[in-house]
Structures are given as structure tokens and as C-alpha cells.
Design a protein around this ligand. Structure first.
Ligand code: MSP
Length: 523
């Protein structure tokens, strides 16, 4: 598909509990990709929201003596606040208790039914409320779900989705589109799960009522995953298949829909969801990308251990170094994507956090910007000189302009950490180049012309670095571009080239320090 429309979604988060680092991580990854795509000229629609039905949420509400809707309203608001706090650029925030979603989920059910994909029977088997998932006897490990969740035996009347009928179709899809599930390790896992045989899926429950009612059979509520997955359609105006958003982003999207999810929920997105969509004769997503999980200082994160990382606490910890909220946000987002290759598990450690931010942002890019731009401002009337014919700079500039392709390639592979690495490595090269040419010494030796050339070359490199850094440092990269007086419409990725370089006589603003070090002021 050749359109510019790109649809990206985060999972919708359960409202049984308050937001933690896992939620922040998935959301930040989606937001960074959304921003990168926008800067690459695509028309992006980025959706996030909350998953509010099911037994788990109902239980949480009741255990707090709350009415489920009131409880959902409260917790959903916390996720909306998190989105604001992390400065997510989402275009919509969907809640599965909204009318627009209930209508869409019911219509989706009716289509599945009309197409003969649903029948009534009795479900007898294991169910883990924590995972909102059914498990076969053969999947249990020491009487628990493979995820460690407690299971309960269920026997109830239920509607079933004919998942078994989609086994071959799914395998054909995986074979024809190997990038449908990424990374490769998840692809292999899903393929072997499907090859091992698919059973029909129970898609309704009668033993509790907190869910979307099954059309025409009101004592049943829909299985929460069938309800939840449909959110991706509801937000685009489904069931109105002529809705503009639906047409633009579900039917005519380019390399999308892209669902970014955690590895624990890949099965729902890469097996059930495409099967539902095939049964409904609707487009299937382009990619499901599953990221890894964080541990906290080497330990598995769990509520019972009490080591859950709350994003807001981390921002407050960062602010205790005397930095502003907007700097804290950039550093937090940066660390999450930089520390661990996307797709792998990783460890969250405050010591590594400080070391990484200080060495890569403060000491590297920050230092490069501070020392070169303040010299231009003080000694060169804030003006750029014509460096086009300065041969000494040719290799460095060539490598700067390569960033456009290199960063694009890394992002196409979801390698956020490597995309950042391209930028940081280039900044290191610039620092070395600058140290070698030492404009401060040139100044003392009164070699003003050469000093100006060296400084202008670095300013041009900073322009490129800051453009590429925008999706990762959403507040601070634009500040470099502001100092350099780069117009808003000249900040897209395609401006990383020689044609758009800083021109002679271009003036910069007075520089300010942009990337403060994380230093304990008391020590
Ligand atoms: N409601 C479902 C998703 C429905 S999408 C149609 C759900 N919600 S969740 O709130 O439990 O999880 C949301 C995301 O947080 C998942 O992608 C999950 O992988 C992620 N994480 C939860 N704990 C995590 C870590 N410790 N580390 C990284 N991500 C983790 O699942």
C-alpha cells in the first residue's frame, strides 16, 4: 500500500491497577515511533486507551467496595494522566466502557455470527483471571498457568469461536508475511503454538456480568479479549465502514496497522485477532511487534515483592537532582528506549540510568552544543560562515548526512536503541573532531577564519543531530533547533542533507545549557 497513512496502537491497559513501568514502556515506544513517522512525512494516527471489562476488573472494583463503572472512571483517568505526563502524542484515548466501543464490539460479534464463525456449547476447563485467559490441562505447570497465575475450573454455557478452522489460514499468513510477527523469536513461538493445534475459543461468559452483552443473548457477556481487541476498530469509527478514519487507517494504511504489545500478549494479537478479522472478512494488521519485559535492579517486578516501578516516582527521583520536569521526561523516555534492544528483556537500574544519561546526553551531545554554540555567539556575532568548501570537514559532514538513511533503517527494524546509537556515535565523532581542531586555541592564535569554519561545521552537525534526536528527546532536541533558529517546517527527517545545510550569515540565538548532568548536589 502506498498511502502515507500510518496507524499505530498501544495495548489498552487494564484498569485493575495503577500505571507502572510496563505501561509507560509500551506507550513511550509507540509514541516515539509515531513521532518518527510524522517527522518522516507520514500521516499518523496513534491510539491508546483502557481495557475496562472482565472478571479481573470487576473483582478489583468489588474488593474496594466500588461500583465497577465508578472504579473504571477513576483508574482510567490515571492512565489518561500518565499519557499527559509522558507527553504522548496520541490522537485518541479509547475506553471499552464507551458507547462507541460497545456498539462496535457488538456489531463485530454479529458479523462473526452471520459468517458462521460462532456456535453455542459448554466450556469446561481452566481459566486464569489474572491473565484473562483459558488454559488447557497440558499447559499447566504445577497446577498454575504457565505465567504463574492461579487458575480456576470453569464449567458454563458459552459461545465458541471456530478458531480451529483458522489454523491453516494463520499458518499460511505467517509463511507469506514473516514480518507479521516481530521479533523473530516471537514469530517462532507463535508459529509453533499454532502448529501444535488450535482449539475453538470460548468467547462468552455467564458467571459474571461486567462486560459487553452478547447481542440477542443478554445473560452472556463477551470474552474480554474479544471485546478489547475490537477497540482498534472502534476508535476508527467502525462499524461504519465508510468512516473516514476507518478507510484511511484500517483499509488504506501503509505498513500498518501496527500493534505494539508486550511479549505476554502476543498470542492474543497474533493468533486470535487475525483469526477474528479473517472470519469477519476485514483487513488484518500489518505487524504485531512484541517487546520484552523489565526487571527492577535484577529482580522480577511483582506486586507481592513490592518492587513495582511507578513512572511518576521515577520522574520525581529525577527532579530531586534539580532538573526540570521536561528534562526528566526526556531522560526517562530516553533511558527506556536506549538501555535495552527493543524485543529483549532488560533491567531497570538507577545507577545505569544516571551513567547513561550523563555520558551520552550531558557529556556528549550537551557538551558539544554548549561549547560550540556559545563560542559562535560570543566570538562570531552568532553567525554561520560558508563552510561548503572547507575540505577538512567533508568526511564529518558526509557521515552526518548518512544519519538520515541509517536512522530510518534502524527504525524500520524497531531498533530504537541502535537508532539512538547512530546519533550518539556521530556526536562522539564531532566531539573528537572539535577537540582536534580546538577552536579555543585557534582563537588565541588569532586564526579567526579557521575558528569560524570549525564552529560552523559543528553547528551544522548539531542541526542534523537535533533533527534526528527529536523523537527520542521530545523537549530538548527542539531546544537545540530553536537556538539554531531552524524553522518548524525545516525539522523533518528529509532535512538531514547537504541541500538544507545552514547558510552563510545564518544567525543563531543565545545558547543555554540544555542537557544538565544528573549530579547529587549534596555529595
Ligand atoms: N488489557 C490487556 C491488553 C489488551 S490490548 C487489546 C493488557 N493490559 S495490561 O495492562 O496488563 O498490560 C499492558 C502492557 O504492559 C502489556 O503490553 C504488557 O506486556 C506490559 N507490561 C506489563 N508489565 C511489564 C514489565 N514488567 N515490563 C515491560 N512491559 C510489561 O495486557
Amino acid at each position: 500500500m502506498n498511502s502515507k497513512n500510518f496507524y499505530i496502537t498501544s495495548p489498552i491497559y487494564y484498569v485493575n491497577d495503577v500505571p507502572h513501568i510496563g505501561h509507560a514502556y509500551t506507550s513511550v515506544a509507540c509514541d516515539t515511533m509515531a513521532r518518527f513517522k510524522r517527522l518522516s512525512g507520514q500521516n499518523v494516527y496513534f491510539l491508546t486507551g483502557t481495557d475496562e471489562h472482565g472478571q479481573k476488573v470487576e473483582k478489583s472494583a468489588l474488593s474496594r467496595d466500588k461500583n465497577p463503572q465508578e472504579f473504571c472512571d477513576e483508574v482510567s483517568e490515571k492512565f489518561r494522566e500518565l499519557a499527559k505526563t509522558l507527553q504522548l502524542s496520541n490522537d485518541d484515548f479509547i475506553r471499552t466502557t464507551q458507547e462507541r466501543h460497545k456498539i462496535s464490539a457488538q456489531k463485530f460479534w454479529e458479523i462473526l455470527e452471520k459468517n458462521g464463525a460462532i456456535y453455542k456449547g459448554t466450556y469446561e476447563g481452566w481459566y486464569a483471571v489474572r491473565d484473562e485467559a483459558f488454559y488447557g490441562e497440558d499447559e499447566l505447570i504445577n497446577g498454575k498457568a504457565p505465567t504463574g497465575a492461579e487458575v480456576e475450573w470453569h464449567k458454563e454455557e458459552s459461545y465458541f469461536f471456530k478458531l480451529s478452522a483458522f489454523q491453516e489460514k494463520l499458518l499460511t499468513l505467517y509463511e507469506a508475511v514473516p514480518d507479521f510477527i516481530q521479533p523473530k523469536s516471537r514469530y517462532n513461538e507463535v508459529v509453533s503454538f499454532v502448529k501444535s493445534g488450535l482449539k475453538d475459543l470460548s468467547i462468552s461468559r455467564t458467571s459474571f456480568s461486567w462486560g459487553v452483552k452478547v447481542p440477542g443473548s443478554e445473560k452472556h457477556v463477551m470474552y474480554v479479549w474479544l471485546d478489547a481487541l475490537t477497540n482498534y476498530l472502534s476508535a476508527l469509527g467502525f462499524p461504519d465502514e465508510n468512516a473516514k478514519l476507518y478507510q484511511d487507517f484500517w483499509v488504506n494504511g501503509s505498513d500498518s496497522p501496527l500493534h505494539i504489545v508486550g511479549k505476554d500478549i502476543v498470542r492474543f494479537h497474533a493468533v486470535y485477532w487475525p483469526a477474528f478479522l479473517m472470519a469477519a472478512n476485514l483487513n488484518i494488521p500489518h505487524t504485531v511487534y512484541a517487546h520484552g519485559w523489565w526487571t527492577n535492579e535484577g529482580q522480577k517486578i511483582s506486586k507481592s515483592v513490592g518492587n513495582v516501578i511507578a513512572p511518576i516516582n521515577e520522574l520525581e527521583w529525577l527532579e530531586s537532582f534539580g532538573i526540570s520536569r521536561e528534562v526528566a521526561i526526556d531522560y526517562f523516555r530516553y533511558f527506556l528506549l536506549r538501555e535495552v534492544p527493543f524485543g529483549n528483556d532488560g533491567d531497570y537500574s538507577r545507577t545505569s540510568f544516571v551513567a547513561r544519561v550523563n555520558s551520552e546526553l550531558a557529556n556528549n551531545i550537551g557538551n558539544l552544543a554548549q561549547r560550540s554554540l556559545s563560542m559562535i555567539f560570543k566570538n562570531s556575532e552568532g553567525k554561520i560562515v560558508d563552510f561548503k568548501t572547507y575540505e577538512e570537514a567533508a568526511p564529518l559532514l558526509k557521515s552526518a548526512y548518512l544519519l538520515q538513511e541509517n536512522v530510518k533503517n534502524k527504525m524500520a527494524n524497531f531498533a530504537f536503541d541502535q537508532a539512538i546509537n547512530e546519533i550518539i556515535s556521530h556526536a562522539s565523532k564531532c566531539n573528537e573532531w572539535l577537540n582536534l581542531r580546538a577552536p579555543w586555541s585557534l582563537k588565541k592564535e588569532n586564526k579567526i577564519e579557521e575558528m569560524n569554519l570549525v564552529l560552523s561545521v559543528i553547528a551544522e552537525n548539531l542541526r542534523v543531530i537535533a533533527i534526528a534526536l527529536q523523537p527520542f528527546c521530545i523537549n530538548l532536541a527542539p531546544k537545540i533547533l530553536d537556538i539554531l533558529q531552524i524553522k518548524n517546517d525545516e525539522r523533518t527527517i528529509d532535512f538531514i542533507d547537504a541541500k538544507h545545510s545552514l547558510k552563510p550569515e545564518h544567525k543563531i540565538n543565545e545558547p543555554k545549557a540544555i542537557f544538565p548532568r544528573l549530579e547529587n548536589k549534596n555529595s
